[in-house]
Design a protein around this ligand. Structure first.
Ligand code: SIN
Length: 530
C-alpha cells in the first residue's frame, strides 16, 4: 500500500491508538497506518499497573457513582457529558477487549476481581497479572492489530502536521533510514501520550516527550488544561529514570503511608493530588526526600503483585518486612489537544484520543485508572465519527470551551459551558545556526528545573525560575536528531505548561499554588493555547 493512500494514520501505539486501529481496519476495512517512534508494543500503556475503572458488576456500584467520583477528582473542570460517555461506554469496551483476548484477573467463581484505588468510593478496578494491566492490554491489542491489514511504521518519528486548505492531510516523519518523508492520510489520529519526561522524577518512560501536543501547539491546534500535571504519590524513591511505580491498588488493599518518624499523615484513599500534596508538605517539614509505604500488613503480596515484588527484590527490598521509600513523581498529563466527544480537534482531519488529548474527562486531576479506559473509549469513537463522515469538530466535550466561546469576549460564557482564556504564545524562532549541543544535557537541565520549580507545589517565584529555564532551553542550539526533536517537543510543551501554571493564580486539582492556596470561582475555566 502506498503511504499516501491512507484513510487513517494513527500516531502512537498505546491503548487509544491500537483500539482505534483495530476498529478502523477490521470493522470498517479502512486503509490504516500506525506510526510509532519505537516498536509497536513499546507505548506508555504497557507501564500502567492498577487497571481499568469500569462498572462491570457489583450490586452497590453504578455508573452514576463512577461519574460522581470522576467529577469530584476533576475539581470543577471536567465536562460532565464527556465523563458520562466515559463511564457509560467503558464497561462495553472492557468486554470488547476481553473478546479480543485480554485476560483480566478473576476470582475462584470466575468473576472479574475488582480492586479499589484512591478517589473511588467502591472497588471497581479490573486488573491483569495483579498490577501488570497495561502490559496485558497492550499485548492483546498488538496481537489484534497484527491480525489486520494495517500498515505499521516502526522507529518513525513524526515531525510536523501537514496542513493544507485548513485541513490536516498527514504528517512529515523521519524514518529509520534517515530520510524525511510525508505520510499522507485523509485523517490523522494523534495518540502519542503525555509529557512526563518534562520532569526528572517521573513514572513515565523515556519516550513520553509530549510529541503530539507539541506538534499541535506548533500548528495552532487548540491545547488546554496543560498546567495540570498529575503526580503519583507512590513512586519508589530510588535514583532511576523512570521511577518504578507502586500501584495505588496497594493502598486499596490496605498499605499505609508513614512519614520518616513512622507516623501516618493522610487518608491513603483520597484522590492522588491530595495524597501527593500531603506527602510533599510532610517531606518539607521533616527535611526528607521520601516517606514510606508500609505494605507489611498485606497478605500474599508476591502472588497479588508479582511484577512489583520482582522489582522490589531487584533493589533489595522485602515488602513483608521493609517499609518502602516513596515520593511523588510526575505521572500523567491531564490536559492536551482539545477534542469534542468524538475526538475531533480544532483542525479538521486531526483527531486525538488518550493522554495526548483534552476531551474533558479529567479536568484538573484524573481519577485513578480512568486513563486506559479513556483510551479504549475515545480511540474507537474517533473511528466511528470518521466512518460516519464527520469532517470537523462539534461544540461538545472540552471543545465547547473553544467553539462555544467568543475569544474577544471571554467572560460571555454560555450556560453549562466551561469558559476559556485564549493564549497565543509568540512563535518559537528558528534554532540558532551553531553546532548542536548534546540534547540530553539540555533535557536534564530542563527536567531538573521543572521538578524543582513547577512540581507538586508551585508559586509565582518558582514558576518564574521554571520559565527562565524553559527560555534558555528554547534558545539553545537545536540538533536535527530524534533526541533533538524530542527535546524541542518537551520545551514546546513546557513553555505552555509553565505559562498556564503562572496564569492560574489559584489552587485546583493537581495544580497547587502556595501563593494562591484557595480555589477561585473566577478561574473555573480552561487556558486554551491556539
Ligand atoms: C496505579 O496503578 O496506581 C496507576 C494507575 C493510574 O495511573 O491510574
Amino acid at each position: 500500500m502506498a503511504a499516501d493512500d491512507l484513510d487513517l494514520l494513527v500516531l502512537g501505539s498505546g491503548v487509544a491508538g491500537l483500539s482505534a486501529a483495530v476498529r478502523a481496519a477490521e470493522t470498517h476495512k479502512m486503509r490504516v497506518g500506525v506510526l510509532t517512534k519505537g516498536e509497536l508494543p513499546q507505548a506508555t500503556t504497557r507501564w500502567a499497573q492498577g487497571g481499568v475503572a469500569a462498572v462491570l458488576h457489583g450490586d452497590e456500584d453504578s455508573t452514576d457513582l463512577h461519574l460522581a467520583d470522576t467529577l469530584s477528582a476533576g475539581a470543577g473542570l471536567c465536562d460532565a457529558e464527556a465523563v458520562r460517555v466515559l463511564v457509560d461506554e467503558g464497561p462495553h469496551r472492557v468486554n470488547e477487549l476481553i473478546a479480543l483476548g485480554a485476560m483480566f484477573d478473576r476470582d475462584a467463581r470466575g468473576e472479574l476481581e475488582l480492586a479499589r484505588e484512591g478517589g473511588h468510593t467502591l472497588a471497581r478496578i479490573v486488573h491483569a497479572g495483579g498490577s501488570a494491566t497495561g502490559a496485558e492490554v497492550e499485548r492483546a491489542l498488538v496481537a489484534a492489530v497484527q491480525r489486520t491489514m494495517a500498515a505499521v511504521y516502526e522507529h518513525a518519528f513524526a515531525l510536523e502536521l501537514i496542513v493544507e486548505a485548513g485541513r490536516c492531510r498527514g504528517i512529515t516523519a523521519r524514518f529509520p533510514d534517515g530520510t524525511t518523508r510525508e505520510v499522507r492520510a485523509t485523517n490523522v489520529l494523534v495518540t502519542t501520550g503525555g509529557a512526563g519526561q518534562l520532569y526528572a522524577v517521573t513514572t513515565n518512560p523515556l519516550e513520553a516527550t509530549g510529541d503530539g501536543i507539541a506538534m499541535a501547539l506548533r500548528a495552532g491546534v487548540a491545547v488546554a488544561d496543560i498546567e495540570f500535571v498529575q503526580f503519583h504519590p507512590t513512586a519508589l524513591s530510588i535514583d532511576s529514570m523512570p521511577r518504578p511505580l507502586l500501584t495505588e491498588a496497594l493502598r486499596g488493599h490496605g498499605a499505609l503511608l508513614r512519614d520518616t518518624r513512622g507516623e501516618r499523615f493522610v487518608d491513603e484513599l483520597l484522590p492522588r493530588d491530595v495524597v501527593s500534596r500531603a506527602e510533599t508538605r510532610r517531606m518539607l517539614e521533616l527535611g526528607t526526600d521520601h516517606v514510606f509505604l508500609d505494605a507489611t500488613g498485606l497478605e500474599q503480596f508476591d502472588q497479588r503483585f508479582p511484577n512489583i515484588a520482582a522489582q522490589l527484590q531487584g533493589v533489595g527490598l522485602d515488602p513483608a518486612t521493609d517499609w518502602l521509600p516513596v515520593a511523588p513523581a510526575a505521572h500523567y498529563t491531564c490536559g492536551g489537544i482539545v477534542t469534542d466527544l468524538q475526538g475531533a480537534s480544532s483542525l479538521p482531519g486531526l483527531w486525538a484520543a488518550g493522554e495526548v488529548s483534552c476531551s474533558g474527562v479529567h479536568g484538573a486531576n484524573r481519577l485513578a485508572s480512568n486513563s486506559l479506559l479513556e483510551g479504549m473509549v475515545f480511540g474507537p469513537r474517533a473511528v466511528e465519527a470518521i466512518e460516519a463522515g464527520v469532517s470537523g469538530p462539534e461544540p461538545t466535550g472540552a471543545m465547547r470551551t473553544v467553539m462555544g466561546m467568543d475569544p474577544d469576549r471571554p467572560d460571555m460564557v454560555p450556560a453549562g459551558v466551561i469558559g476559556g482564556r485564549f493564549v497565543r504564545l509568540d512563535p518559537i524562532s528558528p534554532a540558532p545556526e551553531t553546532l548542536p549541543e548534546d540534547p540530553s544535557k539540555i533535557r536534564t537541565v530542563l527536567q531538573r528545573a521543572l521538578t524543582e520549580h513547577a512540581g507538586v507545589l508551585r508559586d509565582a517565584t518558582s514558576l518564574a525560575s521554571a520559565a527562565a529555564a524553559v527560555g534558555s532551553a528554547l534558545t539553545a542550539p537545536r540538533s536535527d536528531s530524534v533526541a533533538g526533536h524530542e527535546l524541542h517537543n518537551l520545551v514546546t510543551v513546557a513553555r505552555a505548561a509553565v505559562d498556564a501554571a503562572t496564569r492560574r493564580e489559584e489552587s485546583r486539582g493537581a495544580h497547587t499554588r502556595e501563593d494562591f492556596p484557595a480555589t477561585s470561582a473566577d478561574l473555573a475555566l480552561r487556558f486554551v493555547y491556539v
